[in-house]
Design a protein around this ligand. Structure first.
Ligand code: UD1
Ligand code: MG
Length: 485
């Protein structure tokens, strides 16, 4: 069995179709489900069979598809189908690089994203158990319109033929069992069957499905495996189906993580990529999207209304109403509400990046904090240091970016500007409102702002007769500086 390590000789993935109904400049196969292209899902499923050869048949928008394949699956060989003359023609093209291959060849589609490797393994196992020439995946549908119908032998055991919708007699059109388009063939039977195909049918195409009748004509056996999980056989033709399948895929992922010990409060508004990794007792609040290579360690709480893309979150951290890309958030750290952490942000354990704070390429040591209204870019903030409200790191001089370093256990007062490149030593203070351009040594207090100057009598001479003047007069008569209510 394939499960025991004997792989199949070849898999051919059909991906040459035009995908017209997507109305997209992007190939249909590159549209995503759970953060990966549909083609990537097809290849993952095929890889579960440990095939000796994996061929993708490309045609429409093939440059895009080929480029994508080089990136995600360099082990794949492509075969070109110049014009789309039907699935039989497509498989002929797919077999060209497999001229010497014998044994099992699996044919599947590039646009059936919920099909799993386990299902393909089961199909191959069924093929082996029966010693079939052809084994195909079928489903029983309430509405089989559009699909090829499965015509069985009188005793119902074997498949006699597949008849396409457009070639069906009214009686055949009433058959509810449909061809999913996913098969295991014996390579020699497939080659001979394909050689025998004609375009003598309603669509004038070469039908791969006619190989079934060919095999039965030779007295060979053809069985089907009926799949109860119909989602796995559903293809995507337009963006409505794309959204429907994406939602179902997401529902399955959410359920998988819930069963693994993750609290997901609202599965309908939680979106997960299948590349994400979640620890036990993670809590995900509504409106959260976890994408790419994101991992969240045990006990952390994410959301509501948060997007994490390629982010590593430590244990027991919290991220509230924030957008985070390519960053790490340490254990017990807190982010948000309303923070934007851009690539290269590293927040140390127990640290805080708070409300309306934007960071980029910035490393915060353990316990370091920027709690309110700041921009921190191209900077290092040492352990335990406090970045006050409204501090701006001016990292860009209009030409180049420069780095700012603040040492450990330091304090940068509110509304200061650190004009990069600049350094603040360990255990130093920067007075509120400073515009810092020079280095501050350890233990120093830097004050970089105009000194306060009060001008007595200014209101009386410049604002005589105003309410302000009256208030000032009242205050001096009552001999008090301010009148507190
Ligand atoms: C085909 C089957 C039908 C089955 C259905 C399941 C045939 C003749 N019919 O229908 O029995 O119920 O799939 O979805 O096989 N493709 C190519 N080159 C071509 C034609 C198709 O690469 O020349 C690819 C398409 O990109 C697609 C797949 O093959 O991924 C199926 O093609 P499609 O036209 O959707 O299938 P049908 O002919 O409708
Ligand atoms: Mg077709």
């Amino acid at each position: 069995m394939a499960e025991q390590g004997r792989g199949v000789a070849g898999v051919v993935v059909l991906a040459a179709g035009a995908g017209t109904r997507m109305k997209s400049k992007t190939s249909k196969l590159l549209h995503q489900v759970a953060g990966r292209s549909m083609l990537s899902h097809a290849i993952s499923a095929a890889d579960a069979l440990t095939p000796q050869n994996l061929v993708v048949v490309v045609g429409h928008q093939r440059e895009q598809v080929e480029e994508h394949l080089t990136e995600i699956a360099p082990h794949v060989v492509t075969a070109v189908q110049e014009s789309q003359n039907g699935t039989g023609d497509a498989v002929r093209c797919g077999l060209a690089p497999l001229a010497d291959v014998r044994g099992e060849v699996v044919v599947t589609y590039g646009d059936v994203p919920l099909l799993t490797g386990e299902t393909l393994l089961e199909l191959v196992e069924t093929h082996r158990r029966h010693g079939d020439a052809v084994t195909l995946l079928t489903a029983v549908l309430d509405d089989p319109t559009g699909y090829g119908r499965i015509v069985r032998d009188d005793d119902g055991d074997q498949v006699a033929a597949i008849v396409e919708q457009k070639d069906c007699t009214p009686e055949q059109a009433g058959i509810a069992e449909i061809n999913a388009g996913i098969y295991v063939f014996d390579a020699d039977v497939l080659r001979e069957g394909l050689a025998s195909l004609t375009t003598d049918n309603a669509q004038g195409e070469l039908y791969l499905t006619d190989v079934v009748r060919f095999a039965r004509g030779r007295g060979l056996s053809v069985h089907s495996m009926v799949l109860a999980d119909r989602w796995q056989t559903e293809g995507v033709n337009d963006r409505v189906q794309l959204a429907t399948l994406n939602k179902e895929y997401n529902r399955r992922l959410v359920e998988k993580w819930q069963r693994a010990g993750v609290t997901i409060v609202d599965p309908d508004t939680t979106w997960l990529h299948d590349t994400v990794d979640l620890g036990s007792d993670v809590t995900i609040l509504p409106g959260t999207s976890l994408e790419g290579a994101t991992s969240v360690a045990s006990g952390a709480t994410i959301g509501p209304d948060t997007t994490l893309l390629d982010v590593e979150v430590g244990a027991d951290a919290t991220v509230v109403r924030s957008h985070v890309v390519l960053a790490t958030i340490g254990a017990g750290a807190s982010v948000g509400p309303y923070a934007y952490l851009r690539p290269g942000t590293e927040l140390g354990a127990g640290g805080k990046i708070g409300t309306f704070v934007e960071t980029k390429n910035a490393r915060f040591g353990p316990g370091a904090k920027a709690s309110h209204l700041s921009y921190v870019g191209d900077a290092e903030v040492g352990e335990g240091t406090n970045i006050g409200a409204g501090v701006i790191v001016a990292n860009y001089d209009g030409v180049a970016k420069h780095r700012t370093v603040v040492g450990r256990e330091s304090f940068v007062g509110s509304n200061s500007v650190l004009v990069a490149p600049v350094t603040v030593g360990d255990g130093a203070y920067v007075a509120a409102g400073s515009a810092l351009t020079d280095a501050v040594g350890p233990g120093e207090l830097a004050i970089a702002r105009g000194r306060q100057r009060n001008i007595p009598g200014w209101v009386a001479s410049r604002r005589a007769g105003t309410k302000t003047h009256q208030a000032a007069t009242d205050a001096s008569e009552n001999n008090e500086g301010t009148h507190l209510l």
